[in-house]
Design a protein around this ligand. Structure first.
Ligand code: PLP
Length: 398
């Protein structure tokens, strides 16, 4: 199997599995219990909290464990609305993850007004649009850092500064960014920031929400006194330990992440689009023009997303005239795992809302494939993927 779908989920790192196993075995107590068998687990939770805090440059007291990125996103928006009951306006973008978009749509049914900021054909946001959208009535701005489908990056620092200057709370969905980009909340004045374990080589079902000190927060899940009364529910110690370990590994691997992943992503992209970069492959001249060899590529392909302002591991490409699902099926038969957008929406017939927002008048949103690489992706896998892709495209175009 060649796994090129790391934005959907990542394999569990052996060190992470190892770290969590004792808490699925002998150490099965409840951290809220008064006797030591349970209560000693509180230290374990705090040490995992410190590991997560260190990855994003903040203090452990600002980290809340949740069940996933979806809960973190919902909880942040919920908290801001509760803190400002008279403010009934939310600003987000048309290309957010469904955990933000669908929650906003549910809020619209409850009388909130939501502005969905547009993006341009490269997937980029205009800060002027954000500036114009914020009103006296805006309770929260929720804008992601890295897009899960295209990898395109929003200028989160400028967004955070703008929100602060306008006195509006800012939530950043950093689920795809954390572990792939240096994250330091000392430099990024966001009020809330979401992350999830399963994009970081931890298991599914564990996430975290950063809540800046003094930022309003009221529970999204009501229950016991866990998480300082901010999130009810007996803590899943094993998964929290796993997230802590994954955060520690991500922090150590971060300095080498780009150099490991980007050349392979670029090689895959060049093999598909041809070189020079980002032009329809059938119009390519035999010389590359910048010293690199010209590569023929697969005709009728087009990059979705800004060529530079995006994650190092992601490429999203339209194969003109080919339905995404047909190509994915043949790729699966070649042993290649890729996707046509968010895994959370893979069972729907809807075209990608992200590519549709970028290129509304084309068929691109039904004819695209996302490849997302990981640190364990090997050069030989890229060669095999390209060979499989050429066979699959040829079969579907004849
Ligand atoms: N936000 C983004 C950008 C994502 O890519 C995802 C998952 O794909 C989520 C939120 C939701 O995270 P989870 O699957 O942990 O609920």
């Amino acid at each position: 199997m060649i796994y090129l779908d790391h934005n959907a989920t990542t394999p569990i790192a052996p060190e992470v599995r190892e770290a969590m196993l004792p808490y699925l075995g002998d150490k099965w107590g409840n951290p809220s219990s008064s006797y030591r068998f349970g209560s000693q687990l509180r230290r374990v939770l705090e040490s995992a909290r410190a590991q997560v805090a260190e990855l994003i440059g903040t203090s452990p007291r600002e980290i809340l464990f949740t069940s996933c990125g979806t809960e973190s996103n919902n909880a942040a928006i919920h908290a801001a609305l509760k803190a400002n009951p008279l403010k009934r306006h939310i600003v987000t973008s048309a290309v957010e993850h469904s955990s933000v978009l669908n929650y906003c749509q549910a809020l619209e049914k409850n009388g909130y007004r939501v502005t969905y900021l547009p993006v341009d054909c490269d997937g980029l946001l205009k800060l002027a649009d954000l500036e114009n959208a914020i009103t006296e009535n805006t309770a929260i701005v929720s804008l992601m850092w890295a897009n899960n489908e295209t990898g395109v990056l929003f200028p989160v620092r400028e967004i955070a500064e703008l929100c602060r200057s306008r006195g509006v709370l800012y939530h950043c969905d950093a689920v795809q960014a954390v572990g792939k980009l240096p994250t330091n909340l000392c430099d990024l004045p966001a009020d809330y920031l979401s992350l999830t374990g399963h994009k970081l080589h931890a298991p599914k079902g564990i996430g975290a929400l950063y809540v800046r000190r003094k930022t309003p927060f009221s529970p999204f899940i009501h229950g016991g006194h866990q998480e300082r009364g901010l999130r009810g529910g007996t803590e899943n110690v094993a998964l929290i330990v796993a997230l802590g370990k994954a955060a520690e590994l991500a922090r150590k691997q971060l300095p080498g992440y780009d150099a490991k992943v980007r050349p392979l992503r670029d090689a895959l992209e060049r093999g598909i689009l041809g070189h020079p970069h980002n032009r329809p492959a059938d119009t390519i001249s035999p010389t590359g023009g910048d010293g690199r060899d010209a590569v023929a590529g697969i005709p009728g392909t087009e990059l979705n997303g800004h060529p530079e302002l995006r994650l190092a591991n992601t490429t999203n490409i339209t194969f003109h005239g080919i339905e995404s699902e047909a190509l994915l099926l043949l790729l699966d038969q070649e042993g290649v795992c890729a996707s046509s957008g968010s895994a959370c929406l893979a069972d729907s017939d809807e075209p990608s809302h992200v590519v549709k927002a970028m290129k509304p008048d084309t068929g691109a949103s039904r004819q695209m494939i996302r490849f997302s690489l990981g640190t364990e992706t090997a050069p030989a896998q890229i060669e095999l993927t390209l060979a499989g892709l050429r066979r699959a495209v040829k079969a579907l175009r004849t």
